[in-house]
Design a protein around this ligand. Sequence first.
Ligand SMILES: COc1nc2nc(N)nc(N)c2nc1C
Length: 308
Amino acid sequence: AEKKAKDLQNLLNQYAYEYYVLDQPSVPDAEYDRLLRELIEIEEQFPELQTPDSPTLRVGGEILTMFNKVQHAIPMLSLGNAFDDQDLRDFDRRVRQGVGDNVSYVCELKIDGLAVSLIYEEGMLVRGATRGDGTTGEDITSNLRTIRSLPIRLKEPVSLEVRGEAFMPKKSFEALNKKRKDREEEPFANPRNAAAGSLRQLDPKIAASRNLDVFLYGIANVGDTGIRAHSKGLDYLEQLGFKTNKERRKVDSIEGVIEYVNGWVEKRPDLPYDIDGIVIKVDSLDQQEELGTTAKSPRWAIAYKFPA
Ligand SMILES: COc1nc2nc(N)nc(N)c2nc1C
């Protein structure tokens, strides 16, 4: 039974990775469900065989009485805003005054969800938290564990902290609100509120039922990895098994940024999730360090906000 359980855990985690992270399932849902039921039976019979990263744990554990407060060793900053092309050109001028004209930017979709911090030790998820006020957040590990696209065990046994945005896809939002209306419950105003409401539940089974998703967008303690470009950091996150947003693009001028931004103003409604803007970051980590941060925000990044 031990080998059977191990094989099933690994196989099901691989299937879930292909389905939720790569969006390229290799087996039909019925096959996944059949194998999962088999594993549930084995683990019920031999509880000691249930590993911390067993797929049977994705449905949520015991109900918490409260969320513990946690401190962010590295503050989770907020982003300065840009509202038009001129703001973007001003940002670019400030950057080039600081680090010279040889600058590349990474453009990323700004997902309209909830910023989260995830700490892994030797490849295992040990803590997930909300941003809170940037210094103090809430420990919502039990809820974040239920997000199928978030790895419990990384592909390499590394220790690091990553940041990203947890969100509810539009389709899940519409289905959830339909169910709430049928039950005469108050519908959620938008997917962001629905995601926040789901992650604030003390019962992880509720979060597990809400089809939440997450895109990781940065490494907090990147110094330890030896990576020197943000774009390489995102590639590294993918190698570790994280889900990153594939629409990102590295450009070599603010003109390239403006072209990318204007392109997404049109294409925004076609996305399967809400975005409220575009985040633009200096790609070189050396240049990021040279520019530094204010008390609130990095000088090397800006959020272009779409008109509400
Ligand atoms: C570097 O700091 C940040 N980077 C980000 N990147 C993306 N894609 N989306 C965000 N919401 C975001 N937020 C912050 C504070």
